[in-house]
Design a protein around this ligand. Structure first.
Ligand SMILES: O=c1ccn([C@@H]2O[C@H](COP(=O)(O)O)[C@@H](O)[C@H]2O)c(=O)[nH]1
Length: 223
């Protein structure tokens, strides 16, 4: 099974379905985020689940424990393979998120967004070392009982060393010399896997390609 989850960041359900149909033999699952969910809601998730590919619901929930727990209870009928919350929501929120999720759903905690770097951390009053930030939040996530974390390929080796059976989601991956867009902590898909990623999230390098099927195939061939 391919470790690539394609991020279908579009409000257009028909477009999402069309790309999924083109790349389905070269990806292991579909990631649906806020842009898709705000436009298409639960109906859209059900439609994408009809592709037969596992669904990663990347809603990055972040609120008080009761609110996050109730939100996840409301999402239970969607039975996603993977669901995200923010690690910085704190221990009680992570515990309530895991308790509310369906048994088969991996709850993973976003540590430090791949669109941020050390200077962004400093600007929000945190120590400017991404490794320190990711490893500290990974330990919080592990001890709170969730299944894994989201981090960049630059920190996944250190996080994996401290959490051998954790599940590591790595977005912000780019083919060598590809445009990075708004991502700041970027590695190649091969480097992320070698460093310990469990799955790779790839959006624009596939979805914005003239031939998404070929782009997915070419990335898969590097793994
Ligand atoms: O730290 C994070 C957490 C989530 N994402 C999501 O992954 C994809 C990446 O898309 P690209 O087009 O490959 O940049 C996108 O859906 C983000 O919401 C992330 O990039 N970084």
């Amino acid at each position: 099974m391919s470790p690539i989850y394609v991020a279908l960041d579009t409000p257009d359900l028909e477009k999402a379905k069309a790309i999924a149909a083109r790349v389905r033999h070269h990806v292991g699952g579909i990631k649906l985020g806020l842009e898709f969910f705000m436009a298409n809601g639960r109906h859209g998730v059900h439609e994408m689940a009809d592709t037969g590919l596992p669904i990663f619901l990347d809603l990055k929930l972040h609120d008080i424990p009761n609110t996050v727990g109730k939100a996840i209870q409301a999402l239970r009928p969607l039975n996603p393979a993977i669901l995200t919350v923010h690690a910085s929501g704190g221990r009680a929120m992570l515990e309530d998120a895991k308790a509310a999720a369906p048994t088969g759903t991996k709850v993973v905690a976003v540590t430090m967004l791949t669109s941020l770097d050390g200077s962004d951390l400093r600007s929000i009053g945190l120590s400017p070392d991404p490794h320190e930030q990711v490893v500290r939040l990974a330990e919080l996530a592990r001890s709170a009982g969730v299944d894994g974390i989201v981090c960049s390929g630059e920190e996944v080796k250190a996080a994996h060393a401290a959490w051998k059976d954790g599940f590591f989601v790595v977005p912000g991956v780019r083919p060598a010399n590809g445009p990075v867009g708004d991502q700041k902590r970027v590695v190649t898909p091969r480097a992320a896997l070698d460093a310990g990623a469990s799955i790779l999230v790839v959006g624009r390098p596939i979805t914005q390609a003239a031939d998404p099927d070929r782009a997915a195939r070419e990335i898969e061939a590097t793994l």
